[in-house]
Ligand binder design. Structure first.
Ligand code: 4NP
Length: 143
């Protein structure tokens, strides 16, 4: 199983999702951003710090842009918010049926329909709380 996590910048939410989920699953994981703004960058400093406090080391991750070929390379593509889902779907190749879902679908009890962007909210711990809940749900679903 190959899972791709996608957000806007690929320096806060999707690398955190990857960093959390890879500690609980044998699935192959990667992450990408719908923008190319931070290509080559390590995860955002305050995000890395908050993750490290919980035992997740994100320091090996580097941002890259989401590309249409990702639809053929992954079995499941997971966006963090509705805007991500729209930007992902805009690149879907004709005939491709790879599932694209929102991460919060895996944590219905959270009552959240999106993972709020901590780059703007500055609530890195709140984002990690939700990401951990979603990752547990995903693990229960796909192993
Ligand atoms: P992310 O957060 O999509 O969770 O990585 C963002 C990081 C950077 C920017 C936007 C969102 N930015 O505008 O640079």
């Amino acid at each position: 199983m190959k899972v791709l996590f996608v957000c806007l910048g690929n320096i806060c939410r999707s690398p955190s999702a990857e960093g959390v989920f890879r500690t609980m699953s044998d699935a192959e994981t990667d992450s990408a951003g719908t923008s190319g703004w931070h290509v080559g960058d390590a995860p955002y400093g305050p995000m890395q710090k908050a993750a490290k406090n919980r035992g997740y080391d994100l320091s090996d991750l580097r941002a890259r842009a989401f590309v249409a070929q990702d639809f053929d390379r992954f079995d499941l593509i997971i966006g963090m918010d509705d805007s991500n889902l729209q930007n992902i779907e805009a690149l879907r190749p004709v005939g491709n049926e790879t599932p694209v879902v929102c991460f919060t679908d895996y944590a219905p009890s959270s009552g959240m329909s999106e993972v709020p962007d901590p780059y703007y909210t500055r609530d890195f711990d709140g984002a990690l709380d939700l990401i951990e809940a979603c990752a547990k749900g995903l693990q229960a679903d796909i192993g």
